[in-house]
Design a protein around this ligand. Structure first.
Ligand SMILES: [Zn+2]
Length: 156
């Protein structure tokens, strides 16, 4: 039996799951192989360590206490701040994606336009047809998040 196979069978050997034939084969190999004996010892040490770790018992009131903690006014403010920040980050990402998509559309339009003899005009007149109308600005959203009324103190 080769070292690789012995190493693979060692956990079963330790658990006394290996049948007698296998067991004697492994023992014969172990008698003549220091490397596999060492492997067996470290495996035993690992198993003892696992057995010695105590799993703490969960209090039946843990869920109740956790929910009370989450519902406390202070925690709510913190959680609300996280939600607002995540929403703002989402808007920034969506705007960036919309900008990239618009750039691709413009590029495609220019490319198609070059085949149609330049009939499709670019946006030289300055109107950005892809902009989202009526969307609140980031400054407005920050003002809402901070509970300020209009004046964000940035001198707009
Ligand atoms: Zn070996």
């Amino acid at each position: 039996m080769k070292c690789k196979k012995v190493t693979r069978l060692l956990p079963a050997y330790l658990d006394a799951e290996a049948d007698e034939g296998r067991k004697s084969e492994i023992e014969r190999h172990l008698a003549g192989c220091a490397a596999c004996r060492q492997e067996l010892e470290s495996l035993k040490a690992d198993l003892e360590l696992c057995a010695s770790v105590e799993v703490p018992e969960l209090s039946p009131y843990l869920a109740t206490r956790t929910m009370a903690e989450v519902r406390s006014p202070e925690r709510r403010r913190v959680l609300a701040g996280i939600v607002v920040r995540r929403a703002l980050a989402g808007i920034v990402v969506r705007r960036a994606l919309a900008g990239a998509a618009a750039a691709v559309l413009v590029a495609a339009g220019v490319w198609v336009g070059s085949f149609l003899g330049g009939e499709i005009q670019g946006s030289e007149n300055g109107s950005s047809w892809y902009s989202v109308e009526g969307e609140p600005s980031l400054e407005d959203l920050y003002g809402l998040a901070l509970g300020e009324n209009g004046d964000s103190g940035e001198g707009r």
